[in-house]
Design a binder for this molecule. Structure first.
Ligand code: ADP
Length: 163
């Protein structure tokens, strides 16, 4: 059976931190499905379909990676696509506490699931979507924090259309 992992997140927007986690996890799995989800505790800034399109562009050359938008529970998405691994990244101890609770609750809801954590590379520790988005929405150049192929100006234009 194929080892399928899902990498769920808001990805609002997808950063070099996210990209690095996916690339480093690639040898561990047969397929990785990046799930653009809705976090009801977070306001959304970029349209989910655009976020999907941007991530597809980044991994255009990688057949093991696909991207989906899902408006539901992560465990239900895992069941839908036959995935028993959830991939998540850890930056700080507060990430750990947050992730620990989610992973333990998910495991109770779907006992076959295992959440696999990769520690961020040191240089990506301060990279988070909120800060990068602030730079973009204020008209700054955040390209050094965005994967190759994404551009701050394009993201800003999409935000202006969406809001
Ligand atoms: P969510 O709304 O589910 O927290 P995010 O898009 O903020 O979604 O993050 C998705 C996953 O990527 C989370 O596991 C988060 O900890 C991880 N992540 C975010 N930024 C980084 C980074 N710079 N380095 C490593 N992992 C990261």
């Amino acid at each position: 059976m194929d080892k399928i992992a899902i990498f769920p997140g808001s990805f609002d927007p997808f950063t070099i931190g996210h990209e690095s986690i996916v690339k480093r996890a690639l040898p561990l799995f047969d397929r990785i499905i990046i799930m653009v989800g809705y976090n009801i505790n977070k306001k959304s800034f970029f349209p989910p379909e655009k976020r999907k399109e941007w991530i597809e562009r980044i991994f255009n050359d990688e057949p093991k990676i696909s991207v989906d938008v899902f408006d539901g529970l992560t465990v239900d998405f895992c069941k839908k696509v036959n995935a028993v691994y959830i991939l998540r990244g850890l930056r700080t101890s507060s990430d750990f506490e947050y992730e620990r609770a989610i992973a333990q609750i998910n495991k109770q809801m779907y006992p076959n699931l295992e959440t696999i954590f990769l520690l961020t590379l040191p240089e990506h520790t301060p990279v988070n979507s909120t800060l990068i988005r602030d730079i973009i929405l204020h008209g700054g150049d955040a390209n050094r924090f965005l994967p190759k192929g994404l551009d701050s100006k394009e993201l800003l234009a999409s935000y202006r259309e969406y809001i």
